[in-house]
Design a binder for this molecule. Structure first.
Ligand SMILES: [Zn+2]
Length: 473
């Protein structure tokens, strides 16, 4: 009896030992997680990324990506998650998508992250090195394996210039320049390349001289019909200029120091690629220049098809009157007359019958045009107010625009008021915000009485409602 009991205890002990061994075995994979993380490139998940888009971007099979990161739920990907990208052995570190800022270009970004042309091309699947297609806002993939050189001054090698000339200008020796920029020799710099110049402290953006401390673009950026605002932190004794889409950029000094340029982005520039050029000279006369590609984005304005009687499509008349208006609205008065937010030009602010940017096609595509202003409805005999201080630049009858008034607000900003029944101001008058400048009517080529209101910046009509929603400098 006792023997039988003892053998039972022995059998139980054996069973318990087996169970313990089994538990140990199953615990083994848990213990493996404490080992060092696998080597490889890491990628920080960006807004809009999915696991499939990442697998396509890096040409890594989806299952490898899931396995390498032990993902339990592949659909649950969070912005900022760090993923291991398996199978990439030609580069190390963390990969970051860096939107190209205004003032940066391919060369300056490549130099900032100390990457070779070949690595940049492979990371971004560029078909050529120094690609032209990267524009402001373009998400450039960079690797942080070599760190980031943000504090050293940078200078662009001018076309036809040599490393030797750049070295003389920056106070570096040509050999230290070559070494700092990982060039095999002093002959190996290419025109347009942005080089770090260790002898000079503090870097300007991109290849601009260090005296230009920053170059900033305010939202919404390069969108059709928007007002582009470029702010430059630089001394007041430099000269600054530039060009965008065939329009000269005018820079004006700000009260608190620095410079600003306001420029309208043409509606018809949508989808196009242009070059933003910034140039000028330092106080000692040293010239500088910088250019970078820009793509103009779609603002998503509405479209409409209209059928009108053919005599209303008199393009000759339309073109000559537009040229006359453009001639006035493209001038630049160096004094800014506004200092506060702008007011509405019409009492019925919620009665917009036709918005800015509407693309109209006439008679099945025989002609087309953008609506370059805002139409306020509500009928005739309503008051028209000056929205901001200004000086009357034109007041008189026009064939299409009817009784028209144009106000110059300074800094290249103008407003226009078409189809008036009566005009209360004349050329040269200074107007105050809220002053009644005329009465709504139906003069000119219209279907009914309404106020058509335009706002031009740098010779280009822009969305006027932007100027009521925010304060421009
Ligand atoms: Zn209109």
């Amino acid at each position: 009896m006792a023997t039988n009991w003892n053998s039972k205890i022995w059998l139980f002990s054996l069973w318990a030992a087996l169970l313990a061994a089994l538990l140990l075995l199953s615990a083994a994979p848990v213990a493996a997680q404490d080992e060092p993380e696998p080597e490889g490139v890491r990628y920080v998940v960006q807004p809009g990324d999915t696991l499939s888009s990442i697998s396509v971007r890096f040409d890594v099979p989806l299952n490898d990506l899931i396995e390498a990161n032990s993902l339990i739920n592949p659909n649950n990907l969070n912005v900022g998650d760090v993923l291991v990208i398996p199978g990439i052995d030609w580069i190390q570190g963390t990969l970051v998508l860096q939107p190209l800022a205004v003032g940066e270009d391919y060369f300056s970004l490549r130099r900032r992250y100390l990457l070779s042309d070949a690595d940049m091309a492979r990371l971004n699947r560029f078909t050529s090195t120094s690609p032209e297609q990267i524009y402001v806002g373009y998400q450039v993939m960079v690797a942080t394996e070599h760190g980031e050189l943000a504090d050293s001054a940078r200078a662009a090698l001018p076309p036809g210039g040599s490393l030797l000339e750049l070295a003389v200008a920056s106070g570096d020796s040509p050999w230290s320049l070559a070494a700092a920029n990982q060039l095999p020799g002093t002959w190996a710099a290419l025109p347009g390349d942005v080089l770090f110049t260790p002898a000079r402290q503090g870097g300007g953006p991109g290849g601009l001289p260090g005296e230009i401390r920053s170059l900033e673009m305010s939202a919404p950026g390069f969108i059709q019909g928007a007002t582009l605002q470029l702010t430059v932190d630089a001394p007041d004794d430099i000269s600054l200029g530039g060009d965008f889409a065939g329009h000269s950029l005018n820079f004006f000094p700000l009260d608190d120091g620095g410079w600003v340029s306001l420029q309208g982005i043409p509606l018809e520039a949508v989808g196009g690629r242009f070059t933003l050029e910034i140039n000028g000279a330092l106080a000692d006369g040293t010239p500088f220049a910088f250019a970078q590609p820009v793509r103009v984005l779609n603002a998503g304005y509405e479209r409409a098809n209209l059928t009108v009687s053919p005599e209303l499509l008199d393009e000759q008349l339309t073109a000559s009157e537009l040229a006359f208006v453009r001639g006035i609205m493209s001038q630049v008065t160096p004094e800014r007359m506004w200092s506060r937010g702008w007011g509405w030009p019409h009492d019925l602010v919620n009665n917009i019958t036709s918005g800015f940017g509407l693309f109209r096609t006439y008679n099945a595509g025989l002609a087309s045009s953008y609506h370059t202003g805002v139409d306020f409805g509500g009928g005739a005999l309503l008051a028209i107010y000056a929205p901001a201080p200004g000086r009357v630049a034109f007041a008189g009858p026009l064939d299409i625009r009817g009784n028209a008034t144009i106000i110059d607000h300074g800094w290249g900003v103008f407003t226009g008021y078409w189809h008036q029944a009566e005009m209360y101001v004349s050329v040269g008058d200074v107007v105050e915000p809220g002053q009644v400048i005329g009465i709504v009517g139906g003069t000119g080529r219209v279907n009914g009485p309404h106020l058509h209101w335009e706002l031009w910046v740098g010779g280009v009509p822009v969305q006027p409602l932007d100027w009521l929603a925010r304060l421009y400098p």
